[in-house]
Design a protein around this ligand. Structure first.
Ligand code: HEM
Length: 455
């Protein structure tokens, strides 16, 4: 009988105990040189290497096959893995913590509201929220800072669409506590009273209390039939029923998943919008083409508000959004955990080790996207030509972002009104750091000039 040779763990070094290579990676993220840092590893050790990150032995993998392995493997082989500090803030029954049937059940319930057929009817509501935002925060101003405003906008859209929580003192309080929670989310999880993390925990506690109140109120409204099941995400989750007519999600699961959706949906879209504005300021040709497409839509639209049909016409603008996410994906990468000994590319990933994947490694690969640093939205003209698992800003497989359509609608509606109502110029340099999401210098201050509206 042929003896199978034992597989070996990938080359590389685990570095110093506990610290490993964490500080090096974090430093590179902040200096926006993380891609270079990873490239140097690849040159030194090859495409698969071992290192130690955040106290755990880790295998770094990259490329389309690695993305496929991460996104398409079944969750008895590798599991999604969240940092303990974040689990404490969002709750242990949020979808990122779930696997197998639990994950499928909660995901299907979320999709009832987030699927395009449901969201179609809310384009008008998003439209109103965005126009109100521009009226309040842009008109009459000469200079604004984009990132905080976009965060405010996406938070308000989430409150209005997902919770039907309209403007007022409760929404203001929710925003205040939510911001407190977010500020310390990625800080060192030390729970002394004065640390950022303990402030974050306090914020999370108050956010959870407000969401619990909302859930109870909506439960009563549903019973009295003064609310409809599809009016917002919470009523949708409360109303979804299993085959035996039982509730699909427990109250705790509804709470923890509402917490997660608030975080997942607010940061990512606001960053895409911010980088889109930065890019349009830097590229007059792309800006002119987007403006032309949006002005044509403004001229031809049949009602005051944009409709689902109008969004379908924004083909070039969406390509610009995709190219923005290719060059600066809001999510740099992530971690999974090996649940058993696994082989990848001829190497052993031992049970219990982390697996680290990084999105920019395929987005900036010149074999997949020629001249990767060039901003060229037309590379997405024929989307079928992009190889599978190469362009993954929304992830892939069973955990692919369920908020894709929600994000598409809010980004397109926002950009429609911004380009047709304003021109703008950057006031700071073009640099950004990662924290771990990309953050432009000073939050991207811009000078704005209102345009004459087209008829
Ligand atoms: C441009 C905006 C967005 C980007 C780039 C984005 C990106 C991603 C990515 C890459 C993942 C997968 C992470 C992984 O596999 O480890 C993900 C998951 C997720 N996203 Fe998004 N997202 C965006 C907007 C949203 C919005 C608007 C919502 C909700 C309204 C949302 C809700 C979620 C949820 C719930 C998951 C977890 C899915 C699961 O584990 O099954 N995202 N997102």
């Amino acid at each position: 009988r042929r003896k199978r040779s034992p597989k070996r763990v990938p080359p590389g070094s685990l570095g110093l105990p506990i610290i490993g290579q964490s500080l090096g990676l974090l430093r590179a993220m902040r200096a926006n040189t993380a891609e270079k840092w990873l490239q140097q590893r690849i040159e030194k050790y090859g495409p698969v290497s071992k290192l130690s990150l955040f106290g755990k032995p880790t295998v770094f993998i990259h490329g389309p096959a690695a993305n496929k392995f991460i996104f398409a493997s079944d969750d008895s082989t590798i599991s999604s893995q969240q940092v303990e500090s974040i689990r404490l803030l969002l709750g242990d029954r949020n979808i990122l913590e779930l696997s197998g049937d639990d994950h499928k059940r909660v995901r299907s319930a979320l999709m009832l509201f987030l699927k395009p057929e449901s969201l179609k009817q809310y384009v008008g509501k998003m439209d109103q929220e965005i126009r109100r935002h521009l009226e309040m925060h842009w008109h009459g101003k000469q200079q604004i800072t984009v990132l905080p405003l976009m965060k405010n906008l996406t938070f308000n859209i989430i409150c209005s669409l997902l919770f039907r929580l309209e403007r007022g003192t409760r929404r203001d309080e929710l925003l205040e506590c939510f911001q407190k929670m977010i500020e310390g989310m990625w800080s060192v999880p030390v729970k002394f009273p004065f640390t950022r993390y303990s402030q974050s925990l306090k914020g999370s506690k108050r956010v959870q209390d407000i969401i619990k109140e909302l859930i109870s109120e909506k439960r009563v409204e549903l019973e009295r039939k003064t609310a409809s099941p599809l009016q917002d995400l919470i009523t949708c989750l409360l109303s979804s029923r299993s085959d035996d007519n039982g509730e699909v999600m427990t109250e705790k699961e509804i709470l923890h998943n509402v917490m997660l959706v608030m975080v997942a949906g607010h940061d990512t879209s606001s960053i895409v919008l911010t980088f889109l504005l930065r890019l349009l300021a830097n590229d007059p040709v792309v800006h002119a083409t987007v403006l032309q497409e949006q002005e044509e839509i403004a001229r031809s639209k049949s009602s005051e508000e944009l409709t689902w049909k109008d969004l379908a016409k924004m083909k070039y603008t969406w390509r610009v959004v995709m190219e923005t996410m290719r060059i600066t994906p809001p999510i740099f990468g992530g971690f999974r955990s090996a649940l058993k000994d696994i082989e990848f590319d001829g190497f052993l990933i031992p049970k219990g080790w982390q697996i680290f994947w990084a999105m920019p490694m395929t987005h900036m690969d010149d074999n997949i996207f020629p001249e990767p640093s060039k901003f060229d939205p037309n590379r997405f003209e024929n989307q079928a030509s992009t190889p599978p698992f190469s362009f993954v800003p929304f992830g892939g497989g069973p955990r692919k972002c369920p908020g894709y359509e929600f994000a598409r609608i809010e980004i397109l509606v926002a950009i429609h009104y911004i380009v047709t109502q304003f021109t703008w110029k950057l006031c700071a340099d073009n640099n950004f750091s990662r924290d771990p999401m990309p953050v432009p210098t000073q939050g991207l201050p811009i000078k704005i000039i209102p345009r004459k509206l087209v008829n």
